[in-house]
Every structure is written in structure tokens, then in C-alpha cells.
Design a protein around this ligand. Structure first.
Ligand code: PEP
Ligand code: MG
Length: 571
């Protein structure tokens, strides 16, 4: 038996989980590593052969296209890929692994390609070393083609599964939310990534940035300790017993005091703060309404939109959005139009954070954008609806969005659909360009949402999903304080509602800074709702304003943070 081992990482979502590792493979084509029953092996080999065949056909098609359009030279490149598919060292080895180890094809591909990659890396010949790219390409193609051939046990994750991977995309967590996933542990990533935000939404304990997880295999016993920021690999019986008893005590403590939930969000000196909820999937709206949330300040619709990897049709979307509005029981719901591309890399490794993200994607894919807008407008008869546009960087973006919105409204009118003609349109202030020009955008929108998650990453040039720079991601940085103060000053005369919906509003010290700077509407995840309400009720606005004036004079993030923490926690 393996010795108990502690792997360090960073807490992305609190709580503890004990379970069996289920490894996911490749963030672009997420798959799971499974052991198969002997009677499933034959079908699995067929599944793999099917993927090889499909890949071969695709490559042949590509080759003949290339021959037609650009001559024979470039089509030779495809030969290299076709050769990999004929290579016995590759294909037969994968089949052998599936058969002898009783594992799914994805896992076998992963093992065989890892061995070959290592062999390539040891080669002295530069040219041959470069050929690892061909192998990489073909691996991706095989995985992609395997995805269209369902895995027999894909939906049957073991009970108490802990997802482990280099990087588990938020959509995967979302798709598997009704399965028995008790924990998440990733080799890369940061607490500000969407995966982490999703884990918190689902209340799944999660550790990110634990690079030593690379050796953990599916089936290994793990404990995710979301208090200490560690994963315990192969814990002893004694350790498991300790965690189980802690877990029982924790559950008893978790009950939220009813008095805080129903109390108004009002400071000690009687300043009313609007407190809304951020949700990431439609089912959360019931819990938000149950908790008495005043409004849904941010519904990240992209996860529901691309649920199960495919686009919904308009009728299904109208039904979903109508249900959300009905379940919100009269509380306004802010639907943020789909913001794809966050925390993602494209096929060729481009960081999408600076690419075709959010509204840019929608303006390039107007069929998708229009479908979502039509559905939102049609659902709007069921409750107060607000539409929020993400990742906007200029007035031109807003003009372009309005043109599409107008077209959609005309289409709906022509088709005699009923809809609310006064749905407010809002803009996320989450790019430095939007922060600098929010006053210029004011005449084009009805409300603003301040997205501090992205604003901080773009302002401080710190990738929010990269664990290696997480220590530089700091909401107390004077540049951020000045930026927030400027946004407040520019928007104050405008008189339109401004809500802060980034994670900065969900941590009591940074939320206190926001209040001190003048922001009086916050929207936070359900997990943070009670703690922020408690903070609001324990502070005086007059004191927070004095505090804000003090910290604006300070030079270093650490000094600011210390001063704010001392004031909020009265240490
Ligand atoms: C933000 O950027 O602050 C935000 C709320 O949006 P997201 O986290 O989805 O990017
Ligand atoms: Mg954002």
C-alpha cells in the first residue's frame, strides 16, 4: 500500500471531501479515466478503432483538399499524421492497454502518448524532436473523435468522486453537477478562475494549483482539505477517521442563523445597502429566492447556454429563462449575455482572455447572440428582467450591441411575440477601457455592473486563472483603489444604478473598501451572502468613509490590507 502523502495547493472552495480520484484528461477534450468491466472491453476497443477510422477519413479528406488548393507539398504534412495512425507502436499499444489493463481508450491514449512524448524529448535530433507536435495533434484528434462515441460508463462516476486533472473546465463541473462529485483538485488554476467560482457555487470543496497531483491515478483515495489547502493522497485509516468526525462537526456548524438571513442589509449608522446574489446556473435561483436575496445581480448564462456541449433551441431557452424569472418570485434577474472564452486557451494556445471574449464573441456570432436575446425578451413577461453585456471596451461595442438588440425587438414585434419593451440594458465595467470611459457609455445603458474579477486582472496584468501570479492579484493595490474611485466619481453624476458583482464584493475586507468608496449595491455568490450581510450590519458607513480616505493615501497593497482587516475585524 502507498504511504500517505500531503500535496499542497491553494484553497478555491472551502470544506472537506473524502473520495476516489477520477482523473480528467486534456482541458480541451475532457474525458475521464475509468476501469472497465471485462465484458465492456470488446466494445471499448471498437470505440477506439472507430475513432482511428474517423480520424483517418478526416485526414484523407483534408489531404485531398490541400492537394487541390495548394499543391502537393503541404499535403505531405498530413502524411506524418496518417503515419502515426498506422504506427503499431502507437495504435496497437493503445488497444493492448485497453485489453490488458481494462481501462477506457482515453486513459490508454494518455499513457501511450506520455511514453512516446518522453521518448521524443530524449532525442538529440532537433527535427525528430519537433515531430512530437504531430503526435500531439493526432492525440487531440483521436480524443475529439472519441467524444462523439459515447463512453459506456461516462455518466456513471463512482460515488464520492473527486475530479482530478491538470485543469478542469467550469463547464465540466457544471455538466456533472448532479453526479456524486464531492471534491475537486487541479494541478493548475487559481481561486479566481471560473472553475473555482463554479466549485464555490456548487459548494464542492476544491484545491487548485497542486502541481504534484500529476501522479494521482483514477481510483486512488484522496482527501481534499479546503481549510488547510492540501490534498491527502492515500490517507491512512486513522486520518480518514479524523476527517470523518470533523466533517460531522462541520455540518452541525454550517446551519446559518435565521436572524442574519432575514435581517435587512443596513449598516450600524442606518445606511441601506442593496445586496444581490450571483448565480451560475438556473437551479440556484430558487435557493437565492429562499434566502430572501433582493435581486440576482449576475446570472452567468454561458454555462446553461452550452449545457451538454450543444446549443439549446430557442423554445428551450425561453422555457428555461421563464422558469428562472418565475422562481425568482419578483426579484429582478440580471441575465449576463454569454461570456465565452474566460480562462480558456484556443486550439493554438492563444489566451482567450485577450481575444474574442464576451460581447466580442456575440458580435461575431450574431445568430447565437440573437437567439439568446430573443429568448430573454420573450421570457421577460414572467418577471423583471435585466440584460447585461460583458467584456465591453468601447462605445462602438455598445452601439453594435444596440443595433442587434433593436433588430431582435423588431423581429419579435413582427412575429407578434409579447415582451417587456422596457427591459433595462446594462454594461459590465470590467476592462480598463470601460473603467476610463464609463461616463461616455452612460447615455447608452440603464445600469452598470462593476466586474472586479476581470478589472483587476487587466489592470494589474495578472492572469486570474494562473496560479503562479496569484500573489500579485490584489484588490488592495493602489491602482485598483484609484480606478474604483475614478469609476465612482465618473458615474455619480450620471445617477444610474451601479452594482459591484466581482469577488471583491464577496470578501468582507475588500467589500468594506467598496462601501467606503461609495458603492452601495453589491452582488455576491450565495455562499458569501450571509457573511457579507453580517459585515454590512457590523460596520458604520461614516467610519468606512474615513477608512477609505486613509487608504487612498497609502502606497503599498499590504499596508492597505492590514489597515482594512484591522478595521473590519476590529483586531
Ligand atoms: C467579473 O469579471 O468581475 C465578473 C463578475 O465576471 P466573471 O467572473 O464571470 O468574469
Ligand atoms: Mg468578468
Amino acid at each position: 500500500m502507498r504511504e500517505e502523502r500531503i500535496i499542497h495547493g491553494v484553497v478555491a472552495s472551502v470544506g472537506t471531501a473524502i473520495g476516489k480520484a477520477v482523473r480528467t484528461f486534456d482541458p480541451l477534450f475532457v474525458s475521464f479515466n475509468f476501469r472497465l468491466r471485462p465484458d465492456q472491453v470488446r466494445r471499448e476497443v471498437e470505440r477506439f478503432r472507430g475513432s482511428v477510422e474517423k480520424s483517418r477519413e478526416q485526414l484523407k479528406r483534408m489531404q485531398s483538399e490541400l492537394r487541390k488548393n495548394s499543391g502537393p507539398e503541404s499535403s505531405f504534412l498530413i502524411d506524418a499524421h496518417l503515419l502515426v495512425l498506422q504506427d503499431r507502436l502507437f495504435v496497437d499499444r493503445i488497444i493492448e492497454k485497453v485489453e490488458t489493463d481494462c481501462i477506457n481508450s482515453e486513459w490508454a491514449i494518455q499513457q501511450v502518448s506520455d511514453e512516446l512524448f518522453q521518448a521524443y524529448d530524449r532525442l538529440n535530433d532537433e527535427y525528430l524532436r519537433e515531430r512530437r507536435g504531430d503526435l500531439d495533434d493526432i492525440v487531440r484528434r483521436l480524443l475529439h473523435n472519441l467524444q462523439s462515441k459515447p463512453l459506456p460508463s461516462f455518466k456513471k462516476l463512482p460515488y464520492d468522486a473527486i475530479l482530478v486533472g491538470k485543469l478542469v473546465p467550469p463547464s465540466t463541473l457544471f455538466e456533472l453537477r448532479s453526479q456524486r462529485i464531492v471534491g475537486l483538485a487541479t494541478e493548475t488554476g487559481s481561486p479566481l478562475s471560473h472553475t473555482a467560482i463554479m466549485a464555490r457555487s456548487l459548494e464542492i470543496p476544491a484545491i487548485v494549483g497542486a502541481s504534484e497531483l500529476a501522479e494521482v491515478a483514477s481510483g486512488d483515495l484522496l482527501i481534499v482539505d479546503g481549510e488547510r489547502g492540501i490534498v491527502i493522497w492515500s490517507p491512512s485509516d486513522e486520518t480518514v477517521a479524523q476527517y470523518k468526525s470533523r466533517d460531522r462537526d462541520g455540518k452541525k456548524l454550517k446551519k446559518k442563523p435565521a436572524t442574519v438571513v432575514s435581517a435587512p442589509s443596513i449598516t450600524e449608522d442606518a445606511v441601506q445597502i442593496s445586496l444581490g446574489a450571483n448565480i451560475n446556473f438556473s437551479e440556484e435561483v430558487r435557493a437565492a429566492a429562499g434566502q430572501g436575496c433582493e435581486f440576482i445581480g449576475l446570472y452567468r448564462t454561458e454555462f446553461d447556454f452550452f449545457r451538454e456541449g450543444k446549443q439549446p433551441d430557442e423554445e428551450a431557452l425561453v422555457a428555461d429563462y421563464s422558469l428562472v424569472l418565475k422562481s425568482a418570485k419578483g426579484a429582478p434577474v440580471t441575465f449576463r449575455t454569454i461570456d465565452v472564452g474566460i480562462d480558456q486557451k484556443s486550439w493554438d494556445g492563444v489566451n482567450m482572455n485577450l481575444g474574442v471574449r464576451g460581447l466580442r464573441f456575440c458580435l461575431e456570432n450574431t445568430d447565437i447572440f440573437k437567439k439568446q436575446l430573443r429568448s430573454l425578451y420573450r421570457a421577460s413577461v414572467h418577471g423583471p428582467t435585466r440584460i447585461l453585456l460583458p467584456f465591453v471596451s468601447s462605445v462602438d461595442d455598445l452601439d453594435a450591441a444596440h443595433t442587434v438588440i433593436e433588430e431582435v425587438r423588431r423581429e419579435l414585434q413582427a412575429r407578434r411575440h409579447r415582451f417587456d419593451r422596457n427591459v433595462p440594458i446594462g454594461v459590465m465595467i470590467e476592462t480598463p477601457a470601460a473603467a476610463q470611459t464609463c461616463d461616455l457609455m452612460a447615455s447608452l445603458v440603464d445600469f452598470f455592473c462593476l466586474g472586479t474579477n476581470d478589472l483587476i486582472q487587466y489592470y494589474l496584468v495578472v492572469d486570474r486563472s494562473d496560479q503562479s501570479v496569484v500573489h500579485l492579484y490584489n484588490p488592495f493595490h493602489p491602482a485598483i483603489l484609484r480606478c474604483l474611485q475614478q469609476v465612482y466619481t465618473l458615474l455619480r453624476p450620471v445617477g444610474k444604478p451601479v452594482t459591484v458583482c466581482g469577488e471583491m464584493a464577496a470578501d468582507p475586507p475588500s467589500a468594506a473598501v467598496l462601501l467606503g468608496l461609495g458603492f452601495t449595491s453589491l452582488s455576491v455568490s450565495l455562499a458569501a451572502y450571509t457573511r457579507i450581510k453580517r459585515m454590512i450590519r457590523s460596520v458604520s458607513m461614516a467610519q468606512l468613509k474615513d477608512l477609505a480616505a486613509e487608504i487612498m493615501k497609502m502606497h503599498k497593497p499590504k499596508e492597505v490590507e492590514e489597515m482594512v482587516r484591522a478595521a473590519v475585524y476590529r483586531t
